[in-house]
Design a protein around this ligand. Structure first.
Ligand code: MRU
Length: 365
C-alpha cells in the first residue's frame, strides 16, 4: 500500500541485500520511522517489542531472522539457536511457528555453505506468498461487502466493524480483515469502518485508523465498549476481524476483546466474519479455548498510555492509582459457533472442521 504516494511493504530487503528493513509500528501514528535489522537478535527484538506485529508479519519477520542468522553463521548450532530464540518471542500467533518450521525444514538438510542463499530466497518467497494470499482474501471478502451494499439499495455506506489491526501493517501487504475493505473501496463501493481503539496497545486507534486514513477509507475510531450499542441500533452491517491462530475446527484466537464483539454480533444478528491466511490455521488443535497459549504482556501496557500533547511532544502517562495491580491478557478465543464465516485465500468457508476441510483437503490425514 502507499504511504504519501510511495508504495511500501511492511518488510523488505535493505539496499545491501542481506539486512532487512521494517516500519517501526511503535512510532505510528505520529512518526513514520523505518528500522534496519541486521542480526537474528534484532529480528527477535522487533517481534517481541512489537516494532512489527500481526500474525502474518510476525511469521515473515521470523523467516528473515533465520536468514540473518544464516548470514552470520550457517552452522547447525546457529540454526537451532535462531529457531529457539525466534520461537520464544511471542506465543499466540501460529504463523511464527509455521514460518520457522518452513525455514528449518528447508535449511537443515543443506550443507552450511548453501544455507544463507536458500534462507534469503525462502524468506522472500514467504513475504511474496503472504501478499498474494492477502490479496486473494480481499477478492473473496469483497463480495460480502458488495452484497451488504446491494441489500441497502446502495444508499449509504456499508458499516464494517473491525477490532485491533488486521490491515496491511499486520501483514506484508493488503492485510487480512481490511483487504476486503480496500478492495471494496477501490471498486467504488461506499464503505465505512468502525475502528475499535483496542486497548491497551491501541492498535486500532493508532494503526488501523492511520492506514485507513492514508488510503482514504472513511472510518471512525470508537472506544472498545461501543460496538455492542452500534450493533443494537443497526449501525453495523458486518464485522470482520483477523485471527492469530485458527483451530482445525474453526475456533479463532484474536486480540483481546474480539470475543465480546462476536457475542454482541450473535445477539443482534450481525454477521461476524474472520479473515485469515492458511498459515494461521493450527491443524494440530481442535479446542481453541483450552489449548491455544494466550500471551500475557507487561502490566505497564495497561497502567500507562502514550500519546502526543497539543504541543507535539510524545509523552507516556500513568492512568491508574499507584499500587493497583493490572493484568494484561493479550488475546481471547472466539468459538466457531459465533463465527459466520472464515474468509480465506481459497474462498469463504463455514467456521467448522468440515468447512476448513473442504478448502484445505491436503491437510486432512
Ligand atoms: O498483538 P498484535 O498487534 O500482534 O495482534 C494482532 C492481531 O490481533 C491481529 O488481529 C491478528 O494478528 C490478525 S493479523 C492480520
Amino acid at each position: 500500500m502507499k504511504v504519501d504516494g510511495t508504495p511500501y511493504r511492511t518488510i523488505w530487503p535493505a539496499e545491501n541485500g542481506w539486512a532487512v528493513m521494517i516500519i517501526d509500528q511503535t512510532r505510528l501514528p505520529f512518526a513514520f520511522v523505518t528500522r534496519r535489522l541486521e542480526t537474528v537478535d534484532d529480528a527477535a527484538r522487533a517481534i517481541a517489542d512489537m516494532w512489527v506485529r500481526g500474525a502474518p508479519l510476525i511469521g515473515a519477520t521470523a523467516a528473515c531472522g533465520m536468514a540473518l542468522a544464516m548470514h552470520a553463521d550457517p552452522s547447525d548450532a546457529a540454526l537451532a539457536s535462531a529457531y529457539t530464540t525466534l520461537l520464544a518471542t511471542r506465543p499466540t500467533a501460529v504463523n511464527l511457528r509455521w514460518a520457522l518450521d518452513e525455514m528449518r525444514t528447508l535449511l537443515a538438510p543443506l550443507s552450511a555453505n548453501q544455507r544463507a542463499e536458500a534462507a534469503y530466497s525462502r524468506a522472500a518467497d514467504i513475504a511474496d506468498e503472504d501478499v498474494a494470499i492477502c490479496s486473494a482474501i480481499g477478492d473473496h471478502g469483497k463480495p460480502l461487502i458488495e452484497s451488504a451494499w446491494d441489500k441497502k439499495g446502495k444508499s449509504g455506506p456499508v458499516n464494517v466493524l473491525t477490532h485491533c489491526n488486521a490491515g496491511w501493517l499486520a501483514t506484508v501487504d493488503w492485510g487480512t480483515a481490511l483487504a476486503p475493505v480496500y478492495k471494496a473501496h477501490d471498486a467504488g463501493i461506499d464503505v465505512h469502518v468502525w475502528v475499535d481503539e483496542t486497548r491497551p496497545r491501541n492498535q486500532g486507534a493508532s494503526l488501523t485508523a492511520w492506514e485507513l486514513g492514508r488510503h482514504g477509507v472513511p472510518h471512525t475510531v470508537i472506544a472498545d465498549n461501543v460496538g455492542g450499542h452500534l450493533m443494537q441500533h443497526g449501525m453495523v452491517d458486518l464485522c470482520i476481524t483477523g485471527t492469530d491462530r485458527t483451530t482445525a475446527s474453526g475456533d479463532v484466537c484474536n486480540k483481546i476483546g474480539t470475543y465480546l464483539k462476536a457475542l454482541a454480533a450473535h445477539d443482534t444478528g450481525v454477521p461476524f466474519y474472520v479473515a485469515l491466511p492458511g498459515p494461521t490455521i493450527d491443524w494440530t488443535l481442535t479446542d481453541g479455548l483450552n489449548h491455544i497459549p494466550i500471551e500475557q504482556r507487561s502490566a505497564d501496557e495497561v497502567t500507562r498510555m502514550t500519546g502526543r500533547t497539543d504541543g507535539g511532544e510524545i509523552v507516556t502517562v500513568t492512568v491508574t492509582p499507584d499500587g493497583s495491580p493490572a493484568a494484561n491478557y493479550a488475546f481471547d478465543v472466539t468459538p466457531a459457533r459465533l463465527v459466520t464465516g472464515l474468509i480465506t485465500e481459497r474462498g469463504v468457508a463455514p467456521a467448522s472442521a468440515d468447512g476448513l476441510a473442504q478448502l484445505y483437503p491436503e491437510k486432512q490425514s
